[in-house]
Design a protein around this ligand. Structure first.
Ligand code: BTX
Length: 328
């Protein structure tokens, strides 16, 4: 019911609606209306209450809970259920548990803070309270396990589009899983899956974005290579606006991938905004480290490099770390 109260206030934003009208419209007592208004105020909604006039919504806080997001979300599956937590070890770890227990495709786990945020290959992801977007999407696609890495490209395309659209900043994509602003990492994507030999049980797409974080407070070693959306935009940015845009774009590109069985739409975006292509890269995996030139992305989202013998090679994400020569 709190959601309906909020929805009605939002429709009437900037003008008063009386307690009586709210209670008639929603079929609840005026005391119930008052209780929901009180809770919304505690969540940070600025609502003016004047006797005989009623309630007026003045300002919405930048919160990422189910009510706040779903009222503005027009997706079919992504975000149908949103689990919002104040603090958690890792949203990916929690999403895996939910997915394994029959969690529906499109469910999202989002947290204000992660105490053990994870990057790839056991690395850490710093996720301070209230300033970033730390979220995981549960997907249950009918694809071969070898195709799961393609979903990272879909997420990268959606995040780059979202940051560009919401802030006007020139977000770039560093293949396969980083989003870059001004040569620094603003977002990382961690795609994990559970699979049998030739079928996927579930895929978890974890997205971490430094939005309004104070980079000075980040650990020394990360500070050099990391940035926030705020640092580039020069002002505080709405996390909610970015999340909503990501979810919409992700759904559009994901459904296209599932239905057409082609990654083409996402690859086009990844190529357009790539900061990797045309540049020298260091490819690091377990057995070797080579310097090469990144020349293309295939239709499957693999990176094509020209090695030092001049030969072309395809690199599949997950196998390697890719570094710029001069940057991180
Ligand atoms: P990655 O392995 O590509 O990057 C991890 C590296 O990035 C770290 O070793 C560190 O150098 C640097 N780093 C750590 N924290 C940050 C940060 N906040 N900003 C910029 N650089 C940083 C990238 O892995 C994948 C990250 C996914 C994070 C999301 S958050 C929601 C979900 N839950 C979870 O535990 N992980 C994902």
């Amino acid at each position: 019911m709190k959601k309906e109260v909020l929805e009605t206030l939002k429709h009437n934003k900037g003008r008063f609606i009386s307690g009586e009208e709210l209670s008639n419209r929603l079929g609840v007592t005026r005391t119930a209306v008052w209780k929901h208004i009180h809770q919304l105020k505690e969540e940070g909604y600025r609502i003016e209450s004047v006797s005989k006039k009623g309630y007026k919504l003045l300002e919405e806080p930048d919160i990422l809970n189910e009510n706040a997001l779903q009222l503005d979300l027009d997706t079919k599956i992504i975000g149908k259920r949103i689990i919002h937590l104040n603090t958690i070890d890792s949203t990916n770890t929690m999403a895996k548990k939910i997915a394994a227990e029959d969690g529906e495709e499109g469910t999202i786990v989002i947290a204000e803070e992660q105490t053990e945020g994870r990057g790839r290959l056991g690395r850490k992801w710093v996720s301070p309270k209230g300033t970033g977007i730390w979220m995981s999407l549960i997907l249950k696609p009918s694809i071969e396990p070898t195709e799961a890495a393609k979903i990272t490209q879909i997420a990268a395309a959606a995040v780059a589009l979202a940051i560009r659209k919401v802030t006007g900043c020139e977000a770039g994509i560093k293949w396969p899983n980083d989003i870059i602003l001004e040569r620094k990492k603003v977002c990382g994507i961690l795609t994990e899956m559970s699979a049998e030999l030739n079928c996927v049980n579930y895929v978890i797409v974890g997205i971490g974005i430094n939005v309004n974080g104070d980079m000075e407070a980040f650990p020394e070693d990360i500070k050099k290579t990391a940035t926030s959306v705020k640092a580039s935009a020069g002002k505080t940015v709405s996390r909610k606006a970015i999340v909503l845009y990501i979810l919409r774009e992700f759904e559009r590109l994901y459904l296209d991938f599932i239905q057409s069985k082609s990654l083409q739409k996402s690859v086009e975006i990844c190529k357009k905004y790539s900061v990797t292509l045309g540049n020298p890269v260091k490819i690091i995996n377990r057995d070797r480290q080579i310097v090469a030139e990144a020349v293309d992305l295939t239709e499957e989202g693999e990176l094509v490099i020209r090695n030092q013998k001049g030969e072309l090679e395809k690199i599949i994400s997950g196998e390697v770390s890719v570094r710029g020569i001069s940057d991180y």
